[in-house]
Ligand binder design. Structure first.
Ligand SMILES: NC(=O)c1ccc[n+]([C@@H]2O[C@H](COP(=O)([O-])OP(=O)(O)OC[C@H]3O[C@@H](n4cnc5c(N)ncnc54)[C@H](O)[C@@H]3O)[C@@H](O)[C@H]2O)c1
Ligand SMILES: [Zn+2]
Ligand SMILES: [Zn+2]
Length: 365
């Protein structure tokens, strides 16, 4: 079928093209998109800051309605409303163990534009194969997705604000609720208050953290952080010593948990130096670059666990339905993050994401 899709053929250039979408293969479904969120990772892919293969259709926070199912699909049917998430192979050791975020095939399935069988689903009018980011390619009116990548939701719900449950929100909320698992009263610092960081703040509030410190350089983002549960804010541009300020807020102890979601490599050192003894520091951003620090400091002085984490350590099939329940109860007000754009204005959506005007731009079809 003919589709209109936002495609990257060379770094930094996004263009809406008419392309040809094939049929859903075994274990795949065809989805008519309702909306699709812009995640910072789309821009990283477009600007070759991820191991990508061009040409590729961007978009990996799609929500929509199943239009057609491929052979062997048993859990979805035409008419089902779905939130699409990240892909995984389904049969490596980590997938078999319920840890699809650590799938052995994550890099090709996320970034090379291929599906589980290694092939692509889109061609251009010259017959050239075009990739689909995250096994979605969700900046298009239709896309093909693996059954295991799509999570069915209540058709009564407005799908549009739920886009980023598939990636950004799952990443922030999952890092807190699934990996850190804070106890009521615990302390946490969140570096970067974009969609990922704010979701982590909402999750920290949900878990009952007593001290939630939000760090950003944009005042409006810090205001939103407070609205979403931050108990303290630090403007990284105005504060001369962020670590000292975190220690001051925590009576000298440092924080038990911290998340880096700002995309700034230098913040890793700041984060590690702000931890309390036995603290857990997690990095999720595509910061790139390297950090210069004496690694002995990870255990001489406060001993700190430092981890990188994909998609909040979540299994979307079980975690996204929980996030939807929190949203319905008003405990995860992700609609506060969204600004809506028509598909024709996708360039503006990317621009507003880049310049910080919009936290979660959502393209509506
Ligand atoms: N690991 C994963 O699975 C995963 C999933 C989704 C997104 N990501 C990555 O997570 C990161 C965050 O994503 P997002 O969509 O929330 O991005 P975003 O750009 O909306 O948020 C980043 C925030 O960091 C702030 N910031 C910039 N410099 C800062 C500094 N020096 N100190 C403090 N704050 C600073 C910005 O003002 C912004 O509010 C991106 O790098 C994205 O690629 C990773
Ligand atoms: Zn993403
Ligand atoms: Zn796998």
């Amino acid at each position: 079928m003919k589709i209109k899709a936002a495609t990257v053929r060379e770094p930094g250039k996004l263009a809406v093209e008419e392309l040809n979408l094939g049929e859903p293969g075994i274990g795949e479904v065809l989805v008519k998109l309702v909306a699709s969120g812009v995640c910072h990772t789309d821009a990283s892919v477009m600007n070759l800051k991820a191991p990508t293969e061009f040409p590729i259709v961007l978009g990996h926070e799609g929500v929509g309605i199943v239009e057609k199912i491929g052979e062997g699909v048993t859990t979805l049917k035409p008419g089902d409303h779905v939130i699409m998430s990240f892909p995984s192979c389904g049969h490596c050791a980590n997938c078999s163990d319920g840890h699809p975020y650590a799938c052995d095939q994550s890099v090709p399935l996320f970034f090379f534009g291929v599906y589980g069988d290694g092939s692509k689903r889109i061609t251009d009018n010259d017959g050239k194969a075009i990739g689909s980011l995250f096994g979605q390619g969700a900046f298009a009116d239709h896309c093909i997705v693996a059954e295991r990548t799509a999570v069915k939701v209540d058709p009564e719900l407005d799908l549009k604000p739920l886009c980023s449950l598939g990636c950004g929100v799952q990443t922030g909320a999952g890092a807190v609720l699934l990996r850190m698992q804070p106890k009521p009263g615990d302390t946490i610092a969140i570096f970067g208050c974009g969609a990922v960081g704010i979701s982590a703040i909402m999750a920290a509030k949900l878990a009952g953290c007593g001290t939630i410190i939000a760090i950003d350089v944009v005042p409006s983002r810090l205001e939103l952080a407070v609205e979403c549960g931050a108990t303290h804010v630090i403007n990284g541009r105005e504060c001369e010593d962020v670590t000292a300020e975190i220690r001051r807020i925590t009576n000298g102890r440092g924080v038990k948990f911290a998340l880096e979601a700002a995309g700034v490599a230098a913040l890793i050192t700041t984060m590690l130096e702000s931890m309390e003894n036995n603290g857990l520091a997690i990095m999720v951003s595509m910061a790139g670059g390297s950090v210069n620090m004496d690694v002995t400091r990870l255990f001489v002085g406060p001993c700190v666990t430092f981890a990188g984490l994909v998609e909040g350590g979540a299994n979307p099939r079980t975690f996204i339905p929980k996030l939807v329940e929190y949203y319905k109860k008003g405990q995860l007000p992700v609609d506060k993050l969204c600004t809506y754009y028509s598909f024709d204005d996708i360039d503006k959506a990317f621009e507003d994401s880049h310049n910080g005007t919009a936290i979660k731009p959502v393209v509506v079809f």
